[in-house]
Design a protein around this ligand. Structure first.
Ligand SMILES: [Zn+2]
Length: 191
């Protein structure tokens, strides 16, 4: 299917079009959608990122958009492998990486990362929903779709719109908070 020419589209219709392109109510009823919900490793994750992930998936479903958490927790070995493969620039040796406990990658059930074909502004819609969910939970979330850096430093990371993390993940990973401990049974780092 050729990619439509979006250059002359009325901006007011851009987001409704993106929403429409992502909708797939039939898929929401499929066993495959149910199976996708079980894929991510949730063990050792901070309760806020789990709640955020579940609520964002639900928010999508309410709009007819199938979403699922592709990745939540990466173990030390998984993070080391991701670093070697170039999927992440964050080496786990310091014990600090967002997917240790406080990040989630949310993708579309049938369209994946929504880049083949590219659906203009689809990720803007998902990012908006994510910010809404974070506000409803009264937590601070950082969205990878707001990044446009060259990836040289942690604060200048590459555009990564599937990625959401607790904004204070680093502090949580170091010293924990009242919901999560880096030393507790649920927060134990496997290495
Ligand atoms: Zn991520």
């Amino acid at each position: 299917m050729p990619t439509p020419d979006y250059r002359n589209i009325d901006p007011a219709t851009v987001y409704p079009r993106a929403l429409q392109a992502m909708r797939n109510p039939g898929f929401l009823k499929s066993p495959r959608y149910q199976e996708q919900q079980t894929r991510a490793n949730r063990v050792g994750a901070h309760p806020h990122i789990l709640e955020f992930s579940d609520k964002l998936v639900k928010r999508g479903a309410a709009l007819g958009i199938p979403l699922f958490a592709h990745c939540i927790v990466r173990t030390f070995d998984e993070q080391a492998a991701a670093f070697v493969l170039g999927h992440s620039k964050d080496h786990p040796d310091d014990g600090l990486w967002p997917h240790r406990c406080a990040a989630v990658d949310i993708i579309h059930g049938t369209l994946g990362w929504m880049d083949q074909p590219n659906i203009p502004h689809a990720w803007d819609v998902i990012g908006h929903l994510g910010h809404e969910v974070a506000r409803s939970m009264d937590i601070k979330i950082t969205w990878g779709g707001d990044w446009d850096g060259d990836g040289d430093t942690m604060d200048n990371r590459l555009y990564d719109p599937a990625h959401f993390e607790l904004s204070n993940w680093r502090q949580i990973a170091i010293s924990g908070d009242k919901y999560w401990s880096p030393h507790g049974a649920s927060g134990t780092v496997e290495r």
